[in-house]
Design a protein around this ligand. Structure first.
Ligand SMILES: NC(=O)c1ccc[n+]([C@@H]2O[C@H](COP(=O)([O-])OP(=O)(O)OC[C@H]3O[C@@H](n4cnc5c(N)ncnc54)[C@H](OP(=O)(O)O)[C@@H]3O)[C@@H](O)[C@H]2O)c1
Length: 339
């Protein structure tokens, strides 16, 4: 593997991950057309560069099938033993309403089949409606499937601290929660991170590059209109920028990131990722990968070549402190999915 040892971490005993995960929402169709023939070679390139951990979901278009194709290609080209170095984390995102054991079993069996794995490394559960308590039934059934060996580890995505607490108190063995966390959206630092540290739960973060807005590409650029934002991800995080402080403040942040980046001979995106990797409770940052359309492998590898110092952190904080309080405006982690 080409990345240093510090790029890897035990998410829990027996589950070592790369701290920068490859995100596959970007293959869902809303981020440009992905050619399936280009996807697997692109996945092999990430894997060979040391980026061995994948984040996906049952509803990210062909993402689970791509993992299956990739695993078969890897076994064919490098031998079956190479599969031990792949970690693939999917999600189950059911509609609200009554949840049956059969429904949960069928959903997990579908992911197992599509991903061509004997057991899911990590299953991240999302729920749309806290007022509907069936999420607790769903988690009980998922825990049964874990005991039966179909799921190795259970996690959540977009749960707030209050509901994470309810789930932990029920005895569901949650090891991670996947949340939005960036220099723009720092809501997890308010309550979530402390709770996670106290309960040995890791944070996996998304949006840490704000769909790419937190990169040198956008420094000095005029404010984009809707049509200039050509991925669903850019559209999603531009809205967050607007709530946070707007384009001018983003430009100030990008200027500061560039200064820090130049000092360390890395890119602004590297600084944005490093800043979140260093936060309390954060085990990994997920960076979206538009397989076959764009890649940033060499640049992202530089995340592991430098450390931010106090002056860097102070310079960045001086800008982010000017943003609005998103916890007060939106609520705790995931509140934007539940309005
Ligand atoms: N749980 C949830 O609800 C949830 C929600 C959203 C996302 N996610 C997960 O998080 C992943 C990340 O997605 P995201 O939407 O949050 O996007 P993101 O990671 O913030 O941004 C991804 C985009 O950033 C750009 N980029 C990446 N590395 C770069 C670099 N070194 N320099 C410059 N630009 C760079 C790329 O743009 P180009 O491709 O244009 O080069 C890429 O498409 C998803 O795939 C998914 O796995 C989860």
């Amino acid at each position: 593997m080409a990345l240093p040892a510090a790029a890897y971490l035990d998410l829990t005993p027996g589950l070592c991950i790369c701290r920068v995960l490859n995100g596959l929402w970007q293959v869902s169709g809303a981020h440009g057309a992905i050619d399936p023939r280009a996807a697997v070679p692109a996945m092999l390139a990430y894997h060979d560069a040391g980026f061995t951990t994948w984040d996906l979901a049952d509803h990210y278009g062909p993402a689970e099938d791509f993992i299956g194709d990739f695993r078969r290609a890897l076994a064919r080209e490098r031998g079956v033993a190479a599969l031990a170095n792949v970690q693939a984390f999917t999600k189950w995102v059911p509609l609200p309403g009554k949840i049956t054991r059969q429904q949960v079993t069928a959903a997990i069996n579908t992911s197992l089949r599509r991903m061509d794995v004997p057991a899911l490394d990590l299953l991240q559960f999302h729920w749309w409606e806290y007022a509907d308590p069936h999420y607790l039934d769903a988690l009980d059934y998922l825990a049964e499937l874990q005991a039966a060996g179909k799921i190795r580890h259970l996690a959540l995505t977009n749960f707030d601290t209050a509901h994470l607490q309810i789930i932990i108190e029920r005895g569901i063995p949650i090891i991670a929660n996947q949340v939005q966390y960036s220099l723009i959206d720092q809501r997890p630092a308010v309550r979530m991170a402390e709770f996670c540290q106290a309960h040995n739960i890791a944070l996996l973060t998304y949006g840490s590059l704000a769909g790419g807005l937190l990169s040198d590409r956008w420094l000095g650029q005029p404010e984009p209109g809707r049509r200039d934002l050509d991925t669903a991800s850019l559209g999603k995080y531009k809205q967050m920028v607007d709530v946070w402080g707007g384009w001018e403040l983003l430009q100030t942040l990008l200027g500061t990131l560039k200064g820090v980046a130049d000092k360390h001979h890395v890119s602004s995106a590297d600084v944005a990722v490093r800043a979140i990797l260093d936060r309390a409770a954060v085990a990994g940052v997920i960076v979206g990968a538009r397989l076959g359309l764009a890649e940033h492998i060499n640049d992202t590898a530089r995340v592991f070549t430098f450390a931010l110092d106090d002056a860097d952190r102070a310079a960045i904080a001086a800008v982010t402190a000017q943003g609005r309080d998103l916890f007060a405006r939106i609520g705790d982690c995931g509140a934007e999915y539940r309005r």
